[in-house]
Design a protein. Structure first.
Ligand SMILES: Nc1nc2c(c(=O)[nH]1)N[C@H]1C(S)=C(S)[C@@H](COP(=O)(O)O)O[C@H]1N2
Ligand SMILES: [Mo]
Length: 528
């Protein structure tokens, strides 16, 4: 055991210190090779059984609602990348620590590595939809990493207690042997990683199936989008949002790859006639087309977690009627392959004049994988977290008193009707604007009720009516514009909407949690 004086004496650049860096490198390489092996096995077991993805998913599920909002506010849709990179940094630091510990206080490094591996295995096996087999990639990975760590640390050059390095004059040989071992281990890890990529070609197979799909023509077509729905203002959100730029929000770190051939939807729970339909059954049914503006409850005032698309699908109402819900039921818990659930009021789904769809198409093509391929729910008027389950495989008719959806115990309201809102898209704060006519434009939405009026206010002036564009119906947003005669100076421009029922958008400011943000979108503009 080293004494304090010895440790102080061993300053920067000494053998001991260098041994520490080598040991850290040994830790990173051993853990990395083990992880790569785990990834390779996970590609066979289930991609979501990968220790990194399983741990990441567990972190996502455990994150308190306030933090989720912050993550979305700071990183937007990049929050997942940020999470995965953070996990990588923590893992690398932990692995380096394990290397150093194993060198200085054996078997502390092995114990640390082993414990992390076992915990990862347990976490993976406890994921929704997981089986005990999901623990295998983590356990085998750590099973390989532990002896590798011992072997590499034993070859750390120049370290006290190191078998080879202790012999004076043998430093060069020792270093070479260590580097050969670490190099080979790292190479093996990279090969395993490459192989895991090749094996998870399952994702590409689903992609190919998706591209080959020709969706049937709708039995009930949507009304054509009127020419007057598009005001053609530069920088204004288009009436229809292209799939490529449609916002994406979900808890999935890796987009679930669901092959329609293996997919089915089961209607179950408090029903007289539970049943299951396959992909072919679904496509053989008369499908309906409908434009719906989807919105996320996490959207801030003025935010962009909202988009409008043409959906193609089968009315959920028909599916439910066929199953014949029992008296007392008041909720449908829809479940995704990835374990996510949403709780939707049964009566909303049964309404005759509300086109709630089990959707298979989005803007004329099969759902993109990240938007729920092969099937998802779309409910006009409700936030996505209580209605829009992607990769949906089960509709369980139940009661709010008996079942809770994913976000409910995480601080979000069980009920989530979309709040009347409006947004300014142009100009942007900071734009160079000259005095004279400045076009202010944006969108306003009150799904399923419809927008009646949009007004703009500059500074402390009066509210003045904006021009409101056409729409296909009440379930989508509407564009609006106002040609403002702008005078030089600093100004605050605000917008507010009134719904088709005469309700005026509130100026009371509320944050997204627990049931949606409110307040008037107000932006500062400087006119030169
Ligand atoms: N399986 C699954 N479906 C989900 C979610 C999820 O996390 N997992 N998030 C919901 C939320 S919060 C929203 S706002 C919408 C977003 O749908 P989009 O990503 O297609 O825009 O999907 C909903 N469906
Ligand atoms: Mo959402």
């Amino acid at each position: 055991m080293s004494t304090t004086t010895e440790r102080i004496a061993a300053g920067p650049g000494t053998g001991r210190r260098r041994g520490g860096w080598w040991a850290a490198l040994a830790g990173v390489v051993a853990a990395g090779a083990g992880l790569a092996l785990a990834e390779l096995l996970a590609a066979f077991v289930d991609p979501a059984s990968s220790p990194v993805l399983a741990a990441g998913a567990a972190v996502v599920d455990a994150v308190p609602p306030g933090l989720k909002d912050l993550a979305i506010a700071w990183f937007g849709t990049a929050d997942k990348v940020v999470l995965l990179v953070s996990i990588g940094v923590v893992l690398a630091a932990g692995a380096a620590l394990a290397g150093v510990l194993e060198q200085r206080r054996p078997p502390a490094g092995v114990v640390l590595l082993g414990a992390v591996g076992v915990v990862a295995g347990v976490v993976a096996a406890l994921r929704p939809g997981a089986t005990v087999v999901w623990a295998v990639p983590s356990l085998v990975g750590v099973g390989a990493a532990v002896p590798l760590l011992r072997a590499l640390v034993a070859r750390v050059p120049g370290a006290t207690g190191s078998a080879v390095g202790a012999v004076p004059g043998a430093q060069g040989v020792a270093r070479r042997e260590f580097l050969v071992w670490t190099g080979l281990s790292a190479a093996a890890g990279l090969v395993a990683l490459g192989a895991s990529r090749a094996v998870s070609a399952g994702g590409r197979a689903v992609q190919a199936v998706r591209e080959a799909i020709r969706l049937p023509a709708p039995a009930t077509t949507a009304p054509p989008v009127p020419a007057g729905a598009e005001l053609d203002v530069d920088g204004l959100a288009t009436y229809l949002t292209p799939n490529e730029t449609f916002y994406r929000i979900d808890t999935a770190l890796r987009v679930p790859q669901v092959n329609p051939e293996d997919w089915s939807l089961t209607v179950t729970g408090l029903v007289d006639e539970p049943f299951t339909i396959t992909w072919d059954d679904l496509l053989a049914l008369p499908l309906t087309e409908h434009h719906v503006t989807l919105a996320c409850v996490s959207n801030q005032v003025g935010g962009d977690l909202i988009g409008n698309a043409l959906w193609l699908g089968y009315p959920v109402r028909e599916l439910l009627s066929r199953a014949r819900p029992q008296a007392g039921a008041d909720m449908v818990l829809s479940r995704s392959v990835d374990g996510f659930t949403a709780g939707t009021p049964l009566e909303v789904l049964l309404e005759d004049d509300r086109d709630c769809l089990l959707a298979v198409g989005m803007n004329g093509e099969p759902l993109p994988p990240e938007h729920g391929f092969p099937a998802r729910l779309v409910v006009p008027g409700l936030y996505g977290y209580v209605s829009a389950t992607k990769w949906v495989t089960e509709l369980k008719v139940t009661r709010f008193a008996d079942d809770e959806a994913y976000w409910t115990p995480r601080g979000w309201s069980a009920l989530g009707p979309i709040k009347l809102s409006s947004r300014i898209d142009v100009p942007r704060p900071g734009d160079n604007l000259a005095a004279g006519t400045v076009t202010v434009a944006g969108v306003a939405w009150a799904q399923h009720t419809g927008i009646g009026r949009v007004e703009v206010r500059v500074d402390d002036g009066d509210w003045v009516a904006a021009e409101v564009a056409d729409t296909v119906g009440p379930d989508t947003w509407r564009q609006w514009r106002y040609d403002w005669d702008a005078a030089p100076g600093d100004h605050l421009v605000a917008v507010r909407a009134t719904d088709a029922g005469g309700v005026v958008q509130t100026d009371a400011q509320a944050p997204p949690a627990p049931d949606g943000a409110t307040g008037w979108h107000t932006i500062p503009l400087t006119i030169m």
